[in-house]
Design a protein around this ligand. Structure first.
Ligand code: ADP
Length: 312
């Protein structure tokens, strides 16, 4: 059983290949009990494969790991009884009502009084008044909320959420995340994969994967600090047209468009300031130093890891 401060997930050098292609490459990571751990990385970087290995649905080719203190290669069934696993695809019955779906989940988990458990879940998730609606008729946001209700209904110790908010509108995403934080505040641990940077910023810790390898992990501040980037922001009319010329200047490692402005980043603060001085002196645009963001760090780390792979 997990004690306070213990890791609910701990994997060492986990690898998995499909048809000779390594999709998870000697991955080591840990998730602390009671935390929300974000799992990031581009499509195909091995997040789903890792999550499936964590709950024993896939066997690693090599490496070891525990999930809730249980061995991921031997104890898959016991792990799955204590884990809520939710995928991006809605996995409940479309032609059953909300209540019927929840009662069904309670029954297959062998819970006492499925009706009461379903009622509690309905109330907790704010689904009251909608319980007779067919699940298939719900909006994307409500569907995912229902799926979250179903996977938390058996009182799991850990949630493995695989892109749970993909394609869900921003308001529903915010509500979904409020619920995740409420669950974590009650002691539930969460590993959640996402493509959304605002969601990454809501995690206690994040792990960024590229090409199956862990590129960086830690808190948002740790990850930004690990990138070592200094940042300047340039805004004003047509600043995007400056991207090419800025990229050619000394000391500039990254130029990334952010809405109507550009983030210009480098590692040498003095050199960056020197290169940007002509832009800072211009009156038609605004060019000021600021803080590097998580997105700057990810773009930079992603480019750097791509270069490593190209060289290798
Ligand atoms: P992510 O979740 O980060 O998008 P995945 O773990 O789904 O990444 O996929 C990683 C890579 O492994 C992809 O190239 C994908 O096509 C491949 N892959 C995943 N599952 C299988 C499978 N069962 N058979 C063959 N290839 C697979």
């Amino acid at each position: 059983m997990s004690d306070a401060g213990e890791n609910v997930i701990e994997v060492h050098e986990l690898s998995k290949s499909f048809g000779g292609k390594t999709v998870v490459d000697r991955l080591s990571m840990a998730v602390k009990k009671g935390t929300i751990h974000g799992f990031l990385g581009p499509n195909g970087s091995g997040k789903t494969t890792t999550i499936r290995m964590l709950c024993g649905l896939l066997t690693p080719d090599s490496g070891t790991g525990t999930c809730l203190g249980l061995d991921i290669t031997r104890d898959g069934e016991r792990i799955r009884r204590r884990v809520g696993y939710m995928t991006q695809r809605f996995s409940l019955y479309q032609d059953l009502t909300i209540r019927e779906n929840l009662e069904f989940v309670a029954r297959i988990h062998g819970l006492k009084d499925p009706k009461k458990r379903a009622s509690q879940a309905i109330e907790k998730l704010g689904l009251g008044g909608r319980e007779k609606q067919l699940a298939g008729n719900l909006s994307g946001g409500w569907k995912q909320r229902l799926a979250l209700g179903a996977c938390t209904l058996p009182d799991p110790d850990l949630l493995l959420l695989d892109e749970p908010t993909a394609g869900v509108d921003p308001k529903a995403r915010r509500e979904f995340w409020a619920e995740i934080h409420a669950l974590a505040a009650d002691g539930l641990s969460v590993l959640v994969s996402t493509h959304y940077m605002d969601e990454a910023e809501r995690c206690h810790e994040i792990a960024y994967l590229a090409y199956g390898k862990l590129v960086v992990s830690g808190s948002v501040d740790d990850v930004v600090a690990a990138s070592g980037l200094q940042a300047w922001m340039i805004s004003g009319p047509n600043v995007h047209q400056l991207q090419g010329e800025l990229e050619r200047l000394d000391g500039i490692d990254l130029v990334a468009p952010f809405g109507a402005s550009l983030h210009v980043c480098g590692h040498d603060a003095a050199l960056l300031e020197q290169s940007l001085a002509p832009y800072a002196a211009r009156s038609d645009i605004r060019c000021v130093s600021g803080e590097a963001t998580l997105e700057d760090a990810f773009i930079y780390l992603m480019n750097a890891s791509k270069d490593n792979f190209d060289d290798g």
